[in-house]
Design a binder for this molecule. Structure first.
Ligand code: IPM
Ligand code: MN
Length: 303
């Protein structure tokens, strides 16, 4: 079993779960239920963590680290909200040598609750939700679209538009500033968030928070995988994990002051040029971590 019942029970009894990246080629030949990813999916599901928040900002210090042009990136600030416990990831599966299927199911309630998270987030940001679906082809997307329209009625101060997922993939690199909150289902959100990871320059910069109903523990993890190709060399980019800790302090531990200090530590450290190899630098994981902790501790308001 990739995750034991005991671990799941302990996670449920916690205030928050901080998760390291999972995955290893050693398990590539395993059947679906014996892969490490299954453990992560079981954790998300058993904690009811249905709303996955993936903020994507193009930090000034990293504009040159991206493969995209600076004028496209400047000012990008997107919050991707990915539905995390429904759709094809969790539908009934059939896996044979000749035939396989992944059923994708969404209920009104599942769409409603994640849509509310998106509209509420937009109220505290630039007031725009872009809902991404494939309503020209998929029945789940047509339900998604009509429920999101209904929920939008409760938030008159927030502007809503709908974009098909293929077009959204294009807009994300052509004109990423058009997005404020991007709301989407599980599988589309998985794909679009990797694409969006190219805006800040590296996958190694993206944190995430997966939240359920109030009072349940959130899960905090970097968006990236385990990078087995560089394992053991001390060169992995720790920024995404550190920023995930900041999200943990903000969303689950009631310490926005600590979150702010960590985020300032990250900005100062990037401005001072602390970069791992994926960002075009030569600092080690430890160099970056020490730099961030030093500047975070120097920030205001930290007990
Ligand atoms: C992610 C990851 C996971 C997902 C994998 C590891 C199961 O790619 O968090 O984006 O597909 O959700
Ligand atoms: Mn992914």
């Amino acid at each position: 079993m990739p995750v034991s019942d005991e671990t799941l029970e302990r996670a449920k009894a916690s205030d928050a779960v901080l998760l390291g990246a999972v995955g290893d080629p050693e398990f590539d030949r395993n059947p679906g239920h014996l892969r490490p990813e299954k453990g992560l999916l079981a954790l998300r599901h058993s904690l009811g963590a249905f709303a996955n928040l993936r903020p994507v900002a193009a930090l000034p210090a990293l504009l040159s680290a991206s493969t995209l042009k600076e004028e496209v990136l400047k000012g990008v600030d997107i919050l991707i909200i990915r539905e995390l416990t429904g759709g094809a990831y969790f539908g009934e599966k059939e896996e044979g040598e000749e035939r396989a299927s992944d059923l994708s199911v969404y209920t009104r309630e599942e769409v409603e609750r994640v849509a509310r998270v998106a509209f509420e987030a937009a109220e505290g940001r630039r007031g725009r939700v872009t809902s991404v679906d494939k309503a020209n082809v998929m029945a789940t997307s047509r339900l998604w679209r009509s429920v999101v329209d209904d929920v939008a009625g409760e938030y008159p101060g927030v502007a809503l538009d709908h974009v098909l997922v293929d077009a959204a993939a294009m807009f994300l690199i052509r004109d990423p500033r058009r997005f404020d909150v991007l709301l989407t289902e599980n599988l589309f959100g998985d794909i679009l968030s990797d694409e969006a990871a190219m805006l800040p320059g590296s996958m190694g910069m993206l944190p995430s928070a997966s939240l359920g109903l109030p009072g349940t523990p959130g899960i905090f993890e970097p968006v990236h995988g385990s990078a087995p190709d560089i394992a053991g060399r001390g060169v992995a980019n720790p920024y995404a994990t550190i920023l995930s800790c900041a999200m943990m302090f903000r969303h689950s531990l009631g310490r926005p002051d600590v979150a702010g200090a960590i985020e300032r530590g990250v900005s100062v450290s990037l401005e001072a040029g602390f970069r791992t190899a994926d960002l075009g630098g030569s600092h080690t994981t430890e160099d970056v971590t020490r730099a961030v902790s030093r500047w975070a501790a120097a920030g205001e308001g930290v007990a």
